[in-house]
Design a protein. Structure first.
Length: 475
């Protein structure tokens, strides 16, 4: 077995490029998702080590020191961070010339040839689901026999092995919490709308929805929701409770945990027996009866992708959601006491000044507890990227998704709506939503009731204004 280092490389200050992050970028408020997609193969490779540099605030020097003691390094990359990650790989090679370096992630899954051509320090890339692919590499198998990898042969030619069969029996995967316990400091991971400290993990992979912008189902996870059994999930949560008694919340990072309602209810009942507080991703169509079961068994918050308040845009992106259903779902959550973190995207196909206004009004009307406003990001491998290139909405030669500070930018523009207008309306959206008298009163009430919440909100306020200064290049 090769001595293997799994690495989320140093990058922009505060950059969350982990596979759990839906948008690899710096956020308005500093946040870090667990590197679950790296922890999973790390759990399959005995004696491995996982370094997640950004949340641990590690620079390059300690990473180079660790790399000298390893034979194989597996780096998770993304489209926004790829150029920076290649520089880290080059430094690792300079420090340890015999080190084999493999890249994983959506970027290399859909662009293996381009990634190898642009990243000379990269020895191989593992496409799509890479857990058992990396295990076989670490075991020393001949690369020509390993499904799912692309690499340079002895003649320097790029070779693509056949795709690896998709994993159906998800219970074959070992618990990632073993790696979290061994290699991570869970207090380093923070999401503003989750209780801190939290732990996140997956109970399944894939998403039945066909949203044209969504990265993971179109590149790595697929559209078949493959799941772990409720008993397997419950066993890992019991282990998590024993390893991390300080944890206040479990977050299930499945693309859409509520895709399988009977299973969601079964897992909830197991969690209810343990007295666990938990949250998950959900679509805005969960029936009230199911919501009540989840709430009665520890559900605190749902992360819901509303995306837009305009029905035609929802049709355009194949969201499979009707506005009136989303309204009823949200009202049910309010009445049952389930908090919602609502996510919205500006700049999707069909966006106009009028639809932006419609979405802002929709958000303030349904009034989720908190919101996130993102810019439409055409990641390679998604239908949105193909659509944007074909229609001239994206300048392929200047298709950066983040700026020099790691902050998300607006790469799409339309004949009657410029990328600058889309970008500026993110700030307008936040101001209109949060600077309302009822919302301000709610936030102040939270802070008065909880000193911990007051400390958190004050910190978030400082981070947000720092973010705005950088966004507008204010010294």
């Amino acid at each position: 077995m090769m001595k293997t280092l799994f690495l989320q490389p140093p990058s922009f200050d505060g950059f969350d490029g982990g596979a759990g992050s839906r948008y690899q970028a710096r956020r308005e408020i500093k946040s870090f998702w667990f590197p679950t997609w790296l922890a999973q193969p790390a759990a399959l490779v005995p004696g491995s080590k996982l370094i997640d540099a950004p949340p641990a605030r590690l620079g390059l020097d300690p990473v180079l020191t660790a790399a000298r003691a390893h034979e194989l390094c597996v780096i998770h990359t993304s489209t926004p961070s790829f150029a920076s990650d290649v520089k880290v790989a080059a430094a690792l090679k300079d420090s340890n010339p015999s080190l084999k370096i493999g890249f994983v992630g959506a970027k290399v899954a859909v662009q293996p040839t381009e990634s190898l051509a642009q990243g000379l320090p990269i020895d191989f890339v593992a496409r799509n689901e890479f857990d058992f692919t990396i295990k076989e590499v670490a075991e020393g198998h001949d690369w020509s026999s390993i499904d799912g990898i692309s690499y340079r042969n002895n003649a320097g030619a790029i070779v693509h092995n056949k795709d690896r069969a998709i994993l159906e029996d998800m219970d074959r995967l070992p618990f990632v919490t073993e790696v979290y316990k061994r290699d991570l400091r869970i207090e380093d991971y923070f999401i503003g709308y989750l209780l801190h400290p939290y732990v996140s993990l997956y109970t399944g992979r894939g998403c039945k929805s066909r949203c044209t912008f969504c990265l993971w189902p179109q590149t790595v996870g697929g559209h078949n929701y493959r799941v772990r059994s409720p008993g397997h999930v419950a066993e890992e949560i019991r282990l998590t409770k024993s390893y991390f008694p300080q944890v206040r919340e479990i977050f299930f990072d499945d693309d859409t945990f509520t895709d399988n309602l009977p299973r969601a209810e079964a897992i909830a009942r197991e969690l209810g027996k343990m007295g666990v507080t938990w949250s998950c991703n959900a679509k805005a169509n969960v029936p009230r009866d199911t919501l009540k079961v989840l709430k009665d068994n520890g559900l605190r918050l749902l992360l819901v992708g509303y995306e837009s308040g305009n029905q035609q845009i929802l049709y355009n992106i194949k969201k499979g959601m009707r506005i009136e259903v989303a309204r009823k779902f949200t009202q049910d959550c309010h009445e049952l006491g389930i908090k919602i973190h609502g996510t919205f995207i500006l700049g999707l196909p069909g966006e106009t000044r009028e639809t932006i206004e419609e979405t802002i009004r929709f958000a303030t009307d349904i009034n989720p507890h908190t919101i996130q406003v993102s810019l439409a990001a055409p990641y390679p491998g998604t239908f949105l990227y193909k659509q944007a290139v074909e229609n001239g909405w994206l300048d392929v030669e200047h298709a950066e998704l983040i700026d020099d500070h790691g902050v998300q930018i607006a790469p799409l523009s339309y004949p009657n709506l410029s990328h600058t207008e889309i970008f500026d309306n993110v700030e307008t959206f936040y101001k209109r939503f949060y600077f309302r008298a009822p919302k301000i009163a709610s936030i102040v009430g939270e802070m008065v009731r909880s000193p911990q919440m007051m400390k958190r909100r004050l910190r978030e306020g400082v981070e947000f204004f720092q973010f705005l200064r950088e966004r507008h290049n204010v010294a």
